[in-house]
Design a binder for this molecule. Structure first.
Ligand code: A2R
Length: 314
């Protein structure tokens, strides 16, 4: 049985990745900075990624075959408010992990999870974005992710480490936190469905087109990359299809019986919003035979159902 470690297992993606790996027969350990007595069926370890000694100990004692590095300050919006924390966790944390790996006799394979935010301001003519498209990160989170990726590729080359990286496009689904567009829409709709009087949903820029995938498809791509991906390379993970945010909203509203109006909130408009981000996923497909399987309709229904359950009692 292959032994896997998920660093940052307690977040949105970690839970889905854990289920994917357990289903595929992996032995699994997950890290959290918080309490380890929740989800008692799973093997939790407490870890702060900034504690280099603790990472080294965990890797040596666990003798893992593979490590999925998910731990991050994962919000671009928060990164404007907390740039130092973002750089600490995303860059310094990754560096601590790389240092621990290079000190090992038989280091495990590492999959570093990056973000499409690394591409930043690109023109529609550059889409679909290939992994060799120049990156122009437009917020501290994007800078931190690109820096972590560059460090990882450098360590892979310099020290012969077995590392591969993703640039993951928008992934969505039940349990994603507020502050991400689909969760925000679903939560508002669920609350409005329970409210009296006029129902108005507040939105930001609806014209931006993004590449949305279901998180359950995304974690399958992570497992397949770990099993079949080429060492030392970066892979886009996305659907390869762009959908306008207004279309996402229209399709969600069609799933609700409530009569909901839309109003634009200037606070939610970004000073610079890139009109189109869509992935070229030919490398991921060629190397892993991965395809998106879950239709967007299913993702929208499941996420709205999750938020309807969440807001009960609010
Ligand atoms: O604090 P916890 O137990 O919630 O752990 C979070 C972990 N994390 C850390 N782990 C170790 N040391 C730290 N100093 C530290 N700070 C945060 O990162 C949690 O398990 C995870 C982040 O979860 P989410 O915010 O829900 O991110 P999500 O959506 O699961 O994204 C996974 C990856 C990230 O690298 C994103 O940047 C990328 O996918 O898009």
């Amino acid at each position: 049985m292959k032994k896997a470690l998920i660093i940052g297992g307690s977040g949105f993606v970690g839970g889905y990745l854990a289920a994917e790996l357990l289903d595929a027969g992996y032995g699994l350990t997950l890290t959290t900075t918080g309490e380890t007595d929740t989800n008692i069926d799973w093997n939790w370890v407490k870890l702060d990624i900034l504690d280099g000694e603790a990472i080294g100990r965990l890797l040596r004692e666990g003798a893992y075959d593979c490590v999925f590095h998910l731990a991050a300050q994962s919000s671009a919006a928060v990164s404007w408010k907390k740039p130092a924390l973002t750089i600490d966790v995303n860059v310094q944390g990754t560096l601590r992990l790389l240092e621990a790996l290079r000190g090992m006799e038989k280091p495990p394979r590492l999959l570093l999870i990056g973000s499409s935010e690394e591409y930043g301001a690109v023109t529609p003519a550059q889409c679909p974005l290939r992994e060799d498209t120049p990156c122009h990160p437009g917020n501290p989170y994007a800078v931190s992710k690109l820096c972590a990726e560059e460090l990882s590729l450098l360590y892979a080359k310099a020290y012969g480490l077995d590392i591969l990286c993703t640039r993951s496009f928008n992934h969505v689904g039940p349990r994603q936190k507020e502050g991400f567009v689909l969760s925000d829409f679903c939560r508002q709709i669920a609350l409005l469905e329970r409210s009296e009087g006029e129902k108005t949903l507040s939105v930001g820029n609806l014209s931006a087109k993004r590449d949305f995938s279901d998180v359950r498809d995304v974690v399958r791509a992570y497992r397949l990359l770990m099993e079949k991906g080429q060492s030392g390379r970066v892979y886009n993970v996305g659907s390869g299809r762009a959908i306008a945010v207004y279309e996402l909203l229209e399709r969600l509203l069609a799933l609700s019986e409530a009569d909901i109006k839309i109003s634009t909130d200037p606070e939610k408009l970004r000073p610079v919003d890139v009109p189109l981000h869509v992935a070229d996923v030919s490398a991921l497909r060629a190397d892993t035979l991965w395809e998106n399987e879950i239709p967007l309709e299913t993702t929208l229904r499941d996420t709205l159902a999750y938020w309807r359950a969440q807001v009960q009692g609010e």
